[in-house]
Design a protein around this ligand. Structure first.
Ligand SMILES: *Cc1c(COP(=O)(O)O)cnc(C)c1O
Length: 355
């Protein structure tokens, strides 16, 4: 049976991206070498690096004065690289979930951290909106999509200080006004590529302002100077990101990705809200279009495992909610076709009919 992959990450990718990446691993561009064994200094690979740089900038709309980097270490490495490079005295963080909190914790190693607001007391079911960012903070860090809790900041907020965003799980799902950010970063394995590469979009003029010494590998300027090839880059993940970007562009860009995301989310939230067994966990106005979290209503709690088995038998994969939320989470990233969500909705309807 063809499985429908709702995993939160690593997650679904367009079929053609996986095929093209697998092909390149066998024989890259017909040169008689696998992508896995060829030199990253070869002109064939350099062409990919040049191309992905311009394609990434084109698809996301990255203005002049910003660099795009492809690094190792995951988004988690950025939790320390951000304060290493930007925190001189004080930084502000919005605590909207486990990932946001991990970023905040790391920043504390480098200076004073102000948690401007937190929804931890409500198990992160909403995005706090009533807060003020200290004007003397070096930067303000947000997590635009809270992968575990299914909440999302779907607009480019105003910040009195440089704004830095972890967009691991909603990058390329909507048009972003990059000029409002000092930096955007994320692990690629949610909406861009296979695991193993991390993207960074950083405003060049903001670098080099901290007084500390930064280890070479952790200094963004090292990687800007060397076009993300100071050391050996993760070529296979980068190649899959390259193919995904081509797919996004060909499909109609981030505007089309957003239109599709809205259609998927509307369909699934609609069913969650009307089905007698389920309820959504995030407050309505902050619902994520990428990770849709729902649970069995209290009076039907004991049916949770039944529904999980029911959905699994119909080919649904990765719908178990994170242990800190429970219930179910359907991740509906860019590559999820509407038919996949329709199949889940049909499964929920059938469960309602038969139980
Ligand atoms: C998955 C995720 C991370 C962690 O990414 P790694 O690449 O595994 O370090 C960080 N932030 C968010 C929002 C995520 O969804």
């Amino acid at each position: 049976m063809k499985k429908i992959n709702f995993s939160a990450g690593p997650s679904i990718l367009p079929q053609e991206v996986m095929q093209a990446t697998a092909e390149a691993c066998k024989d890259f561009n017909g040169i008689g070498l696998s992508l896995m064994e060829m030199s990253h200094r070869s002109k064939d690979w350099q062409a990919v690096m040049d191309d992905i740089d311009s394609l990434f900038k084109e698809v996301l709309g990255v203005p002049q004065g910003y660099s795009v980097l492809f690094l190792g270490g995951g988004a988690s490495m950025q939790f320390c690289m951000v304060p290493y490079n930007f925190l001189e005295k004080k930084a502000a963080y919005l605590n909207t979930g486990v990932w946001a909190k991990k970023a905040l914790k790391e920043a504390k190693l480098f200076g004073e951290v102000v948690e401007v607001a937190s929804s931890a007391d409500a198990n992160y079911t909403f995005i706090p909106k009533d807060y003020s960012v200290p004007a003397d903070a070096d930067y303000f860090h947000i997590t635009t999509n809270n992968t575990i809790y299914g909440t999302e900041i779907r607009k480019d907020i105003d910040s009195p200080v440089p704004l830095i965003a972890d967009m691991s799980s909603d990058i390329f799902s909507r048009p972003v006004d990059v000029s409002k950010y000092a930096m955007i970063y994320g692990g690629a394995q949610k909406n861009l590529a296979m695991a193993g590469v991390t993207f960074v979009v950083v405003k060049d003029e903001l670098l080099g302002k901290v007084s500390r010494t930064i280890p070479t590998m952790l200094d963004y300027r090292t990687h800007i100077d060397k076009g993300s090839m100071f050391n050996t880059p993760p070529v296979v993940p980068i190649f899959s990101a390259y193919k995904t970007l081509q797919w996004i562009k060909k499909s109609g860009g981030v505007e089309e990705m957003e239109r599709r995301a809205k259609a998927r989310a509307e369909l699934l939230y609609g069913e969650i809200d009307s089905n007698k067994f389920f309820r959504g966990t995030a407050v309505e106005e902050d619902r994520s279009l990428m990770n849709i979290c729902f649970v069995m209503k209290d009076e039907y709690k004991e049916l949770e495992k039944d529904f999980f088995d029911f959905a699994t038998s119909r080919g649904m994969v990765g719908i178990k909610g994170h242990r800190s939320v429970g219930g179910f989470r359907a991740s509906t990233y860019n590559a999820m076709p509407l038919e996949g969500v329709q199949a889940l909705v049909d499964t929920m309807k059938e469960f309602e009919r038969t139980h």
